[in-house]
Design a protein around this ligand. Structure first.
Ligand code: FES
Length: 84
């Protein structure tokens, strides 16, 4: 079952869509090895986000994301570490 599911996904086009500072970003077939911090710094030239400890301890790579929580009917703003 799992194998079949993976092979079906393999044939599907994959697009990752998100917004950065209000700008829509759509990436076709995103590389799963590219972290958010790499994408922000190398592709969007947003170098304010830093990579320091690379272990989730210092907070230098912290970014804020937002999403709509349908159950609570409000926008949530969790902080994440962009190195993962
Ligand atoms: S680089 Fe230190 S927490 Fe991300």
């Amino acid at each position: 079952m799992y194998k079949s599911y993976v092979s079906n996904l393999k044939d599907e086009p994959s697009v990752l869509v998100f917004y950065v500072n209000g700008k829509r970003i759509a990436i076709d077939n995103p590389d799963p090895k590219v972290t958010l911090i790499l994408y922000l710094r190398r592709n969007l030239y947003l170098t304010g986000t830093k990579e320091a400890c690379s272990q989730g301890a210092c907070g230098a790579c912290t970014v804020m994301i937002s999403y709509y929580n349908h159950h609570q009917k409000k926008i949530m703003y969790p902080l994440i570490q962009s190195i993962y």
